[in-house]
Design a protein around this ligand. Structure first.
Ligand SMILES: Nc1nc2c(ncn2[C@@H]2O[C@H](COP(=O)(O)OP(=O)(O)OP(=O)(O)O)[C@@H](O)[C@H]2O)c(=O)[nH]1
Ligand SMILES: [Mg+2]
Length: 465
């Protein structure tokens, strides 16, 4: 492994606030020199040693000093290149938590020659030094940002290299095909042209199926990472905001008996039995002359169009009317659950009519006032998204837009190969498209990406990672 030379960086790697321990991390050629200047071990034997003489991957008890000023009692971790996170020499100073203490330790490190790291710069070095590929680096950020156990598991799968090995396999398929074509161009007498075309066609079709299958996981991947886009929809006053409040377990949205209370969309994040939901409470849908409410109604519809799941709320105490039916029609192609709210009041809603539009199993009865039916609703949401639809154990999931685009572009290039074969165009064209497809796949692992794209990806990391 060729380790690149960079300057020495430092950052606080734990979250900034009060806590038992805070960690200041230093990485780079000068890490040990800086530690020599600011660290004094309690052990007398160690005082005669330089940090570079310490055994790698050990902890030493001592103090951090700024000249004669003692800053803190710490444990110093020494990790020697190349078997470290960044592949460089690393020092980690485990000091006491608390803003002022960690900050003073950091300042002392800075004073002695390190520079402050940019977001994600430690992980970027691991990538640039070839220890991890880009799919693993992106898994690190997903692990840190995971909001649910399942999102965490999906990211761990990618950190283990499952996505990389899939991509490598596809790229190998392409190399095999290209080699065949090159051979038939260079030694035409050894190869039957029709056979080459047939073989490439079959292999390309197979590869398209594989890449398409991976691309299809992107919705599930996004849902796991960002949460299910859930929209509460319904006419005014049916109890949408009351339902949101119960799901959130707090009085978040204003509830009143005045129809048209919610004017704007209200977004919240919530975790239901391990499923992350980005839930949106919307303005009640009705025809209105109120300009502001009109905007709200339009927004509600926009959100509904983009939703992964719609919770359509109906009022048990009112008959189903034309506006309800219009709403049912509006969302008929989306995944939705129908919630009959206000079941504490005497029923006027004709469930049989409703069943003409909705399957029985997707109708749930609630009372937001009495807090009834919510456990069933939560279970229903959980099963909707886990039974057969999400199986993260066996499959690698694509969870970011960038990877999705690369896979999509790869498929387009492969389709262009089929086109060339169909039109009996020269083999050179096939090679060109295959190389394109190969390059698009390489964007996922980071093998074929421009430096500024790489910079942008890492800038989205948090500081200290
Ligand atoms: N009896 C009864 N009243 C309810 C129930 N849920 C909500 N309400 C009442 O219905 C009224 C409207 O509730 P909201 O939650 O504001 O309804 P909304 O659908 O958000 O209304 P808009 O924001 O105007 O679209 C309030 O007076 C609530 O207290 C319920 O289950 N039973
Ligand atoms: Mg409301």
């Amino acid at each position: 492994m060729k380790i690149k030379e960079f300057d020495t960086i430092t950052a606080i790697s734990t979250s900034f606030g009060e806590g038992g321990i805070g960690i200041v991390r230093i990485s780079g050629e000068d890490a040990f020199n800086i530690a020599n200047k600011i660290f004094m071990p309690f052990s007398k034997e160690k005082r005669n040693l330089k940090i570079s003489d310490y055994q790698s991957h050990t902890l030493t008890y001592g103090v951090i000093k700024d000249n004669d000023d003692i800053i803190d009692e710490v444990l110093l971790t020494v990790m020697k290149a190349p078997k470290t996170y960044t592949c460089e020499d690393i020092i980690e100073i485990n000091c006491h938590g608390g803003k002022s203490c960690v900050k003073r330790v950091l300042n002392t490190v800075l004073k002695n020659g390190a520079r402050i790291a940019e977001n994600g710069e430690f992980t970027k070095r691991a990538f640039l030094n070839g220890r991890i590929d880009l799919s693993k680096a992106e898994a690190v950020i997903d692990i840190i940002n995971a909001k649910t156990d399942i999102g965490h598991k999906a990211a761990i799968n990618r950190l283990e290299g499952k996505l990389k090995s899939k991509i490598d396999e596809y790229r190998n398929d392409i190399i095999t095909m290209t080699a065949h074509i090159e051979a038939s161009i260079d030694y035409p007498e050894h190869d039957d042209e029709t056979m080459t075309y047939n073989m490439i066609e079959e292999k390309t079709k197979n590869l398209i199926l594989k890449v398409e299958k991976l691309l299809k996981t992107s919705d599930t991947g996004r849902i796991i990472k960002e949460g299910i886009k859930t929209v509460i929809l319904g006419k005014p006053n049916v109890g949408k905001s009351s339902i949101l409040n119960i799901l959130l377990n707090e009085d978040r949205a204003i509830v009143s008996d005045i129809a048209g209370t919610t004017r704007d969309v209200l977004k919240e994040h919530l975790n239901i039995n391990g499923v992350a939901l980005n839930i949106v409470d919307t303005a009640g849908i009705r025809k209105t002359n109120d300009e502001i409410e009109k905007i709200g109604v339009e927004k509600s519809k926009e959100y509904a169009k983009d939703a992964d799941l719609i919770l359509l709320v109906l009022d048990n105490s009112k008959p189903l009317d034309k506006e309800d039916i219009e709403l049912l029609d509006f969302i008929k192609n989306k995944k939705f659950l129908t919630l009959i709210n206000k079941t504490d009041l005497s029923p006027n809603l004709n469930v049989d009519t409703l069943k003409q539009y909705v399957k029985q199993e997707n109708i749930l009865k609630l009372s937001a006032k009495k807090d009834l039916g919510f456990d069933t609703l939560k279970d229903k949401i959980e099963t909707l998204f886990f039974e057969g639809e999400i199986n993260i154990n066996e499959d690698v999931l694509i969870s970011n837009e960038r990877n999705k685009n690369s896979l999509y572009n790869c498929i387009q290039s492969l389709k262009s190969v089929l086109n060339t074969i169909e039109n009996k165009m020269p083999e050179d064209f096939i090679s060109m498209d295959l190389i394109e497809a190969y390059r698009y796949l390489g964007e996922i692992t980071g093998e074929s990406l421009d430096e500024d794209v790489i910079d942008k990806i890492f800038s989205e990391f948090c500081l200290g990672k």
